[in-house]
Design a protein around this ligand. Structure first.
Ligand code: HEC
Length: 448
């Protein structure tokens, strides 16, 4: 009887595993030798203090090579780069109970959604923020999602005594735990500087990627960043205002130029092959999900076999206390005018950065200001032309100065936010009643 029970159990477990194998993509670590990642914080801190941009950019390209390298797994006939195997924010925050069920279902590898960053706050009633999608976001048809590396996802999957030692066991995916943590800080009159979650581990890496649709049977116009001066809105140059485009050729066979509608105007555009982008061929389900999200219909709607092409990717790593910050965007492998906000300078060779991944330019901002600890220092500016141009004064913004303000609860756009302003982590006007979430907005966005 008992033997038979175990036999049935073994058969069940075996068939369950086989099903999981077919459907489940397993997260793989970043493909960078341990001597290059994570770097000792002292080494990076020294480079930041010396403004050694060349060394910091080299490190950023190493991270790029490591997340874009081929993984060992494929999905729908396409070899997946390492980053595709990582858990999405939705999966990582599903919590331990749900994680088991995630393993049993097909992974939600690509939860395309309107970037929350492009929503803006309009009305505050009580604690409810009503968000309105900025019109430019809809016009640009950008969709985004966030991914967490195995080290980052494993960190949020378990509880941490907060503060450590002595504080309550806190799971950062649970709003009830985070509410209890704020109550603990209040009861213990915890100094504002210490009202924070414990630090993510050094190898924690978070990504945000941005896509736009392209058709399988015709040329698609994709806006090409050529600086704020080549936008009809130079102070807030969102991609729907750019006056230059390329024409993406899904047949990868044409060259030269063509006339194409670029943000409502007919322009001469260079024809570029689809292979110069990282592109995902969408299945019917994904196509209809995207059509619903973007309200696409008729000729502009996506069908099975069309593409989502990658325009931009943010990468952050917890190798230093305030994280490293680098962002990448499609620039046809060239430098934008004046290298603003960055360039392809220092890109590693084709042995380490392959194929389409060589088409993206990059900027870094590993401190808010320079010198890094001088509140009156010069602003360090780095923004992604596809993303941060949507926010007020985004072309003068700094990643860290906004992410330093990530708290639970709170709102993503504090009224007092200054795009490249110094942030005092002990400032009671910013952080009393809050738990600082180690520069990670996903905790505020996804704790439930
Ligand atoms: C004005 C504020 C602001 C600026 C500036 C900003 N971000 Fe973010 N970022 C957000 C918000 C809000 C989210 C969460 C919502 C979302 O994902 O859209 C986010 C999400 C992210 C994530 C996913 C992990 C997380 O924290 O939730 C990464 C990675 C990231 N940003 C990197 C960057 C980089 C790199 C830069 C600079 C090039 C940058 N950000 C500039 C507000 C900002």
């Amino acid at each position: 009887m008992i033997a038979r029970f175990f036999l049935v159990l073994i058969v069940l477990v075996f068939s369950f595993n086989r099903a999981a194998l077919a459907q489940t993509i397993t997260p793989e670590p970043i493909a960078v030798p341990p001597s290059e990642f994570p770097l000792p914080s002292a080494e990076l801190d020294k480079q930041v203090a010396a403004n050694d941009t060349a060394a910091l950019r080299q490190h950023a390209w190493i991270l790029w090579s490591g997340v874009t390298a081929d993984s060992t797994q494929s999905f729908q006939g396409q070899k997946l780069p390492i980053w595709e195997t990582w858990l999405s924010e939705q999966e990582a925050f599903a919590g331990p109970a749900l994680t088991a069920s995630v393993a049993r279902q097909a992974r939600s590898l690509r939860p395309f959604a309107i970037p929350r960053q492009l929503s803006h706050r309009t009305v505050r009633s009580g604690n409810l923020l009503s968000m309105q999608i900025a019109p430019s976001a809809a016009k640009s048809r950008l969709l985004a999602f966030v991914k967490l590396s195995p080290d980052s996802a494993n960190f949020v999957a378990v509880s941490h005594p907060t503060p450590n030692p002595g504080g309550p066991d806190t799971n950062y995916t649970k709003s009830s735990d985070l509410d209890r943590l704020n109550a603990y800080f209040n009861q213990n009159a915890t100094p504002v500087a210490n009202r924070k979650i414990v630090d993510f581990p050094a190898a924690a890496t978070d990504l945000k990627m941005v896509f736009v649709p392209a058709k399988a049977d015709q040329l698609s116009a994709i806006p090409l960043w050529a600086g704020p001066q080549n936008s009809s809105s130079p102070s807030q140059p969102t991609p729907d205002t750019w006056n230059q485009c390329v024409a993406v050729d899904p047949s990868n066979s044409r060259s030269g130029t063509t006339q194409i509608d670029c943000n409502g105007k007919t322009v001469t555009a260079q024809i570029v092959p689809l292979t110069s982008f990282y592109a995902i061929k969408v299945d019917e389900d994904t196509a209809s999900r995207i059509n619903t999200t973007l309200s696409l219909s008729g000729a502009s709607s996506l069908a099975s076999g069309d593409y989502q092409i990658l325009l931009a990717m943010h990468i952050t790593t917890k190798e230093i206390a305030n994280w490293t910050w680098q962002t990448f965007w499609w620039q046809n492998g060239q430098n934008p005018p004046g290298n603003i906000p960055g360039s392809v300078d220092g890109m590693l060779g084709p042995d380490r950065i392959k194929g389409p991944w060589r088409s993206y330019a990059m900027c870094i901002s590993d401190s808010i200001v320079f010198p890094p600890t001088d509140p009156k220092g010069n602003p360090v500016v780095c923004y992604n032309p596809f993303l941060e141009t949507a926010q007020a004064d985004g072309i003068n913004s700094n990643c860290m100065s906004c992410h330093a303000r990530a708290t639970y609860p709170g709102a993503p756009y504090p009224d007092t936010y200054i795009p490249n302003g110094w942030v005092d982590m002990a400032d009671p006007t910013l952080f009393s009643d809050q738990a600082k979430t180690d520069f990670v907005w996903a905790i505020q966005g996804s704790a439930h």
